[in-house]
Design a protein around this ligand. Structure first.
Ligand SMILES: *Cc1c(COP(=O)(O)O)cnc(C)c1O
Length: 383
């Protein structure tokens, strides 16, 4: 790729946002009832860990993810930590997941004193690969006593965490079938994929438990926050209990009968997310418009703009281009960031980080390929 081609990619970004000023990667958009609901919190004094917006949010997030019950939590990372405990992950277990993910996925496993095992992703979805998962389990899996054990390490495989990269759906239906066959609980890290669908069904509700994030850079935000969703009502009730200090219900006494957490989402954050949820369809529409505009221009230029697979509808949370190799990626990162268009490479693989460099992995061929080439480009909802 020539330097001029890189200049042209930068120019396309600037054209789409119609500015020469700094273009952030993803900025929040507050165009609805945000101020009104925040005022209601202050006027009512309900700013903290209980309140009507928390209840409303929990109801709405279950509806949107087409699950039976939702639980508001302080952030997505805490949600993942609890999700793994909910599905039965114990100290000394292993958890299968992708190396190509945000650090929170691996850390949540670590917080449960379990060890990640890194499986490759598919090159097209950038999410956990069913064929790689199958190959790993065929080679190392041994199903006994209702669990799968890793023949190499002797450890129990307590769960599998699938993450939908940048809102592009992983092959979740196939992954569910594999995990079911091996009796491995599946946790969906849907932190990036609120509003994405596979065959018309919302992400977040495919596994035993799904987790969402509403951090400031996500498609909608509560400032900071997350949710645990499930079709298993008992599990969701347990999620609420564990994230609210494991308190035994009583009108005035404090009795806690298990090690719980204070992972509650304050009502003031819930107010913000309730206002944002009202605009989700609008955001999804605007982001798709931008994705379509990018696609037509990048197609003309011969640049690989990541697009959806058949029967999937990504939320286009963070859009990305695939450069031809590491040198071009680095050149593009430098040129774009030097000229006011914020871009960012995909994550460094988890197995390269000091905390996870001893973890077992399967070679990670596609993950390594994508690590060298994928760059996120500005993706905000345009005013
Ligand atoms: C954002 C994110 C999280 C964590 O969410 P926080 O709310 O920031 O704690 C977890 N996993 C993935 C893949 C994410 O992108």
């Amino acid at each position: 790729m020539s330097d001029s081609k890189i200049d042209q990619i930068v120019q396309i970004i600037k054209d789409e946002f119609a500015t020469d000023k700094f273009i952030p990667l993803h900025e929040p958009y507050f165009g609805g009832n945000e101020k009104k609901y925040l005022e209601e919190c202050i006027d009512s004094t309900f700013v903290s860990s209980v309140g009507p917006f928390v209840d409303l949010f929990e109801q709405r997030i279950a509806e949107i993810t087409e699950t039976k019950k939702g639980v508001a939590v302080v952030n997505g990372t805490a949600g993942l930590q609890v999700a793994l405990r909910l599905v039965g992950v114990q100290a000394n277990d292993e958890v299968l997941t992708q190396a190509l993910t945000f650090i929170a996925t691996a850390n949540a496993i670590n917080y449960n004193q379990a060890k990640p095992v890194f499986i490759d992703v598919d090159r097209d979805t950038m999410g956990l690969s069913p064929s790689a998962l199958n190959a790993f389990l065929e080679e190392f899996g041994e199903l006994r006593e209702g669990s799968t054990f890793n023949k190499k390490t002797g450890k129990r495989i307590g769960a599998c965490v699938v993450m939908h990269t940048f809102g592009f759906p992983a092959r979740i239906e196939e992954l569910v079938a594999i995990c079911d066959a091996w009796k491995i609980p599946l946790v969906e890290d849907a932190a990036e994929s609120l509003g994405s669908t596979v065959n018309g069904k919302a992400l977040g509700g495919f596994g035993q438990v799904g987790v969402l994030s509403f951090n400031g850079n996500k498609i909608i935000t509560s400032g900071g926050g997350g949710a645990i969703v499930s079709n298993d009502v008992e599990l969701a009730i347990k999620a609420k209990y564990l994230t609210t200090t494991a308190k035994v219900p009583h009108p005035y006494e404090y009795v806690h009968d298990e090690l719980g957490y204070n992972f509650r989402m304050p009502n003031i954050n819930a107010a913000l997310i309730c206002a944002q949820l009202e605009q989700l369809d609008f955001f999804l529409k605007k982001k798709r418009e931008l994705a379509l505009a990018y696609k037509s221009r990048f197609d003309q230029l011969g640049v690989n703009f990541r697009w959806e697979l058949p029967n999937t509808q990504p939320n286009y949370w963070l859009m990305c281009v695939e450069l031809e190799n590491l040198d071009e990626r680095n050149l593009f990162l430098k040129e774009s960031n030097n000229s006011n268009a914020m871009t960012r490479p995909i994550w460094q693989l988890m197995n390269k980080l000091p905390m996870y460099k001893e973890c077992q992995h399967d070679g990670l061929e596609n993950s390594l390929y994508l690590e060298d080439r994928i760059v996120n480009i500005p993706s905000s909802v345009r005013k």
